[in-house]
Design a protein around this ligand. Structure first.
Ligand code: PHE
Length: 362
């Protein structure tokens, strides 16, 4: 056997024996690299006679091509094997049931707001919003609170420090005590007919089992040419039935006073207590759930509307209170305690979107 044949046999055996890409690369460098055996052999051609060089050169070139081809083939095989191995470990059984994924819960206040919005949207109401930090004009004056009227104090208002109003006077901002200032903002910027609800945060300096310094209200406002108390009553009764998910609700309107409505009324709903449970809609007991009335002509005038042309009604209710009633939550302060266990118990599935077609809550 010539030594070229010998070299070929040894090199090809090395290629065959390589079990990894790295081992194969070593074989390649050992044979065809700059200092590889075959490359070194090529360098000896220069010292040969032309005759010798012709045959030896041809044989070496054949050898070089054979070895290179063998390495390419082996490399492809090794790469395929590596890919197969990876695919085997990355295999996914799509028929397996999904693992339980941790997910958050919707807070009862958010849930209740979404339910209220769903009900009033179906009746053709828009949702409007306004700032939490208000001025005296929108929170009181435009709503027909007389200057220095005790009603301003009645609201236990959180006031900010006084500052210059930019017109030589003083001004103190406040945290809105109700959502009613957004009535003003809406009537001043939109032309009737107006049909809106205004959910949002409100603030009063008060704290016990049924009062927190921050709470939530939803305001309703309807302004049109021929709106009357019957519309107010019908709207609120329809709302109560839908919200409490019952076929009928006993309601009662009691005369009341608000500076911004005339006449004004508070609405009570009938309920009874059966054991630990509160049943809404029936029974001999009454519970106050909202304030309401016909928008006062002065308020319409303050917003540039002519009371001889337009009338309307407004109402305001406490969202937290409605949530407590509907979902049997005893203490309001827990709503804002950020206790994950409480939320796990009273919260709602984020995938259940309240809507009238499939039910508001489950
Ligand atoms: N703003 C009143 C309150 O907070 C509620 C209300 C709104 C009453 C609209 C009448 C009309 O007590």
């Amino acid at each position: 056997m010539s030594d070229i044949e010998q070299l070929e046999r040894e090199t090809l055996a090395g290629v065959a024996a390589a079990e990894t890409i790295a081992a194969l690369e070593e074989v390649r460098v050992g044979a065809l690299g700059k200092k590889g055996v075959i490359s070194e052999r090529m360098k000896t051609l220069g010292k040969m006679s032309p005759e010798e060089r012709k045959t030896a050169g041809a044989a070496l070139n054949v050898l070089k091509d054979k070895v290179a081809a063998a390495i390419e083939t082996k490399k492809a095989a090794l790469e395929n094997a590596a890919l197969d191995a990876r695919l085997a470990t990355e295999k996914l059984d799509v028929t397996l049931p999904i693992a339980p994924t941790p997910k958050g819960r919707i807070h009862p206040v958010t849930q209740t707001m979404e339910e209220i919005v769903a009900i009033f949207s179906a009746m053709g109401f828009d949702v409007a919003e306004g700032p939490d930090i208000e001025d005296d004009f929108h929170n009181f004056t435009a709503l027909n609170f007389p200057p220095d009227h005790p009603a301003r104090e009645m609201h236990d208002t959180f006031f900010f420090n006084e500052k210059d109003d930019g017109e030589g006077g003083k001004k103190r901002m406040l945290l809105r005590t109700h959502t009613s200032p957004v009535q003003i903002r809406t009537m001043m910027t939109r032309k009737p007919p107006i049909r809106i609800i205004i959910p949002g945060r409100t603030f009063r300096c008060d704290s016990d089992q049924t009062h927190t310094p921050m709470f939530h209200q939803v305001e309703g406002l309807v302004i049109d040419r021929e709106t009357h108390m019957g519309h107010l009553k019908g709207t609120l009764e329809a709302f109560c039935k839908a919200f409490f998910e019952v076929d009928s609700v006993k309601t009662r309107f009691r005369p009341h006073f608000f500076p911004f409505t005339e006449p004004s009324a508070e609405m009570d709903i009938g309920y009874e207590r059966v054991g630990n449970e509160i049943r809404i809609g029936e029974g001999a007991k009454w519970m106050e759930i909202l304030g309401s009335g016909m928008v006062h002509p002065n308020v319409l005038r303050n917003c540039g509307l002519d009371p001889d042309e337009y009338q309307g009604f407004a109402f305001g209710m406490g969202i937290d209170r409605l949530a407590m009633l509907k979902y049997g939550i005893p203490d309001l302060r827990d709503f804002f305690a950020a206790d994950a266990r409480w939320l796990e118990h009273y919260g709602f599935d984020p995938l259940d979107q309240p809507n009238l077609a499939t039910g508001l809550s489950r």
